[in-house]
Design a protein around this ligand. Structure first.
Ligand code: ZN
Length: 151
């Protein structure tokens, strides 16, 4: 088990050091910001939608290794996916990391996001891991597209 933990740790550190899709997007069709005041993590997620597909996705921000690695892994995972598939992945991931300490939830549906499964043992880090996902939801579903709307 320890070897697996070390491997996961390595993947997280690698994504923190060299985050994938880490840039602003000029032709984004949606963007949303997320802020986790508990840890100080900030993230902006950009998406370019084509029909019901996430044709392109990127992010910017600063924060702890978990928040950055999670955002990086998220962009890698959902790029090219349909919105429905990315929603399903978000729910599977959220279920995994909120399962609570000393649980063994299934990781069958989360693909490479499995490396973040250990977050469930650290309740204070769950928001770090899900921050980018909440921003993605807002960017895709238009809940937080730029300044707050009046209606
Ligand atoms: Zn954090």
């Amino acid at each position: 088990m320890n070897d697996l933990r070390d491997l996961y740790q390595e993947v997280i550190l690698d994504h923190n050091k060299r985050p994938r899709n880490f840039h602003a997007m000029a032709d984004a069709s949606g963007r949303a910001e997320g802020h986790n005041p508990l840890c100080g993590d900030r993230v902006t997620v950009y998406v370019r939608l084509e029909g019901d597909r996430i044709a392109d996705i990127s992010f910017e921000g600063s924060g702890c290794a978990i928040s950055k690695a999670s955002a990086s892994l998220m962009t890698d995972s959902v790029k090219g996916q349909t919105i429905a598939d990315s929603d399903a992945l978000f729910h599977a991931f959220q279920t995994l990391v909120t399962a609570g300490p000393d649980t063994s939830p299934s990781t069958d549906d989360v693909g490479k996001l499995e490396v973040l499964a250990g977050v469930r043992d650290y309740p204070s880090r769950i928001k770090c891991a899900t921050l980018a996902w909440h921003a993605l939801q807002a960017a895709v579903h238009g809940a937080n597209d730029g300044p707050v709307r009046s209606e």
